[in-house]
Design a binder for this molecule. Structure first.
Ligand code: SF4
Length: 457
């Protein structure tokens, strides 16, 4: 399919081919789904909302519920005030959520709709019932990416809802960043094992991976409650995982309610998970349980067993900045050699950070933020690698270059394991090693001549 791609790279400024990102409202929608009894609302045309819902549905394999202001030509010219008021009235009457999280789209941003004023008017006019909440986040898709939208929505939870009673509680806030429902569950398991009391927000576990019991629940049991979002202002610390996704909410909470924060990379791999466990241990003034030491030990054992297959293998990787930062650190940890690294999200500082991480194994690593998968493909053509890692869209490059391919990040539209099994924490890192080595071994088994094929690897 992509066999015609050439190795010659021409500088492109105004064109993206196979972008390595998607639009802001998708991130806002995902974050809002992590709040209990919350209806994400897309303030724009039906097409945007339909695309965002279907993209999330295809990744999480769950029906994604969200509403839309359904702009037509009239709203595009005169603004979306009437549409949003009608929508809120319908939503509270028909779907009865506790909270509606409105996010904007390109169109409503270009029109310049003043959402806070519309929310105020709707309250005064009794459209928003007593005790119900409407919040908003600006998510213009012509800047940033889906991760920016996630971060903006998380910041909106804090801006609108966090409250301080001036009485600090022995509870820690845990902002997980954009990770899978299974990863959120894993982060909670690790925090509970270390013995820290926490509020996690958002939390999509038991929402986007809820159990099948034969009944359809529009609002599954999972998700951070509004009461917990309000209580975040009384916590003694915020641990924010994933700088891009979680820092805005953490800094806003510190400014608003004086809750100090600490930002960590996503706990992917040994040292990033160590840093997470250590931060939990210090926050809770506890010690690391034996069970976790053993988990870590099993990971180290697997790394040493598999290092003969991983050592100095060149990797091309693309995806979201927070995911890539931690994944690249892990690849360096296990002796692999990141060679070309691409994200669609803008970020010059991120490029410098990644080059620094790769320095011990590859000083010539090529790192491009605000780039695309086509560029990565062209680079790989001219400088072959051993492994490709990235979201589903990478499979066309992998096929064209006959590369082992490990799916990682968002979106994964053609596999199911990502939402069920964590890649965070020590056990998550073991799963990653399994996926990487399987990809190498599968290619070898497929291609070896009969007389060379190995039974034992
Ligand atoms: S118009 Fe903007 S918000 Fe809507 S789908 Fe396109 S990029 Fe996303």
């Amino acid at each position: 399919m992509l066999e015609g791609t050439t190795a010659e790279i021409r500088e492109r400024k105004a064109l993206r081919v196979n972008p390595a990102k998607t639009c802001q409202p998708i991130g806002a929608m995902y974050a809002a789904l992590g709040i209990n009894k919350c209806m994400p609302h897309s303030h724009g045309s039906q097409g945007c909302c339909a695309y965002h819902r279907s993209h999330l549905t295809r990744h999480y394999k769950e029906p994604i519920v969200a509403t839309t202001s359904s702009f037509t030509e009239g709203a595009s010219v005169f603004g979306g005030l009437a549409n949003l008021k009608t929508a809120l009235s319908n939503i509270f009457t028909i779907y009865q959520p506790d909270i509606v999280a409105v996010h904007t789209t390109c169109l409503s941003e270009v029109i310049g709709d003043d959402i806070p004023t519309i929310i105020k008017k709707s309250k005064v006019e009794g459209i928003i019932p007593e005790g119900k909440i409407v919040i908003h986040a600006n998510t213009p898709s012509f800047v940033g990416s889906h991760v920016t939208g996630f971060a903006n929505q998380c910041e909106a939870f804090v801006k609108y809802l966090a409250e301080s009673s001036e009485e600090t509680k022995n509870v820690m806030n845990l902002f997980p960043g954009w990770v899978e429902p299974a990863d959120m569950r894993e982060l909670k398991r690790l925090a509970s094992l270390v013995g820290v009391e926490f509020i996690m927000a958002p939390d999509t576990s038991d929402v986007l991976d809820s159990a099948m019991d034969g009944k359809y629940e529009m609002y599954p049991d999972g998700g951070t409650t509004v009461a917990d979002l309000k209580a975040m202002g009384d916590s003694f610390l915020t641990l924010a995982l994933g700088p891009l996704a979680s820092t805005p909410a953490a800094t806003t909470l510190e400014k608003k309610c004086n809750v100090p924060h600490k930002v960590l990379e996503l706990p992917i791999g040994v040292s990033a998970t160590d840093a997470y466990i250590d931060a939990l241990r210090l926050a809770g003034d506890t010690s690391v349980p034996k069970e976790l030491e053993r988990e870590r030990g099993r990971l180290i054992d697997m790394i040493s067993d598999m290092s003969q297959y991983l050592h100095k293998k060149k990797v091309a990787i693309f995806g979201d900045p927070d995911h890539i930062t931690s994944m690249v650190s892990f690849l360096v940890e296990i002796g692999m050699e990141p060679a070309i690294i691409v994200t669609g999200t803008p970020g010059k500082k991120w490029e410098a950070k990644i080059k620094e991480i790769c320095k011990p194994v590859n000083e010539d690593v090529v790192v491009h933020a605000f780039s695309d998968i086509h560029f990565l493909h062209q680079w790989v053509k001219a400088n072959p690698v051993d492994l490709l890692m990235g979201n589903t869209y990478g499979k066309f490059v992998a096929k064209s270059e006959n590369l082992p391919f490990v799916r990682f990040g968002f979106p994964i539209l053609d596999r199911v394991g990502h939402r069920a099994f964590p890649t965070l924490g020590y056990t998550g890192a073991m799963r990653l090693i399994e996926k990487i080595t399987d990809a190498f071994f599968d290619k070898r088994d497929r291609e070896d001549a009969d007389q060379d094929i190995e039974l034992v690897l």
